[in-house]
Design a protein around this ligand. Structure first.
Ligand code: FES
Length: 115
């Protein structure tokens, strides 16, 4: 189980939902299942409209970071990730600040999602 907290000026208050780790749901699918207003268009890692800031809650070691190739390209074009952050994600498991909700698979760690 993972606690996923969604936070946005578009919501009256933060909402924490429980996601079952291992069912390979994307963050966007979790948001949609809970009727949260995360933007999206293509749902396929190509448009960048679902970019969200994801933070792993402090005190926990982040799990390995799995950036998809599409995330790297789209986030880089949008200026939301640097080549250094991509290298840090791949080599040092340092999570980058921005992810694509339609590509990010929820795992067994608690995160805060800002959009
Ligand atoms: S909805 Fe288009 S990149 Fe996620």
């Amino acid at each position: 189980m993972a606690n996923v907290t969604f936070s946005s000026p578009r919501m009256k208050k933060d909402l924490t939902v429980y996601a079952v780790a291992g069912d390979t749901k994307t963050l966007l699918a979790v948001a949609q299942a809970n009727k949260l207003p995360v933007d999206f268009e293509c749902e396929n890692g190509e448009c960048g409209s679902c970019a969200v800031q994801v933070s792993v809650l402090s005190g926990k070691t982040p799990l390995g970071v799995a950036l998809t190739e599409k995330e790297k390209i789209v986030l880089k074009l949008a200026g939301k990730i640097t080549p250094q952050q991509i290298a840090d994600a791949e080599n040092n498991d340092l999570p980058p600040p921005w992810r694509l909700a339609c590509q990010f698979i929820v795992r067994n760690e608690d995160v805060i999602v800002q959009f």
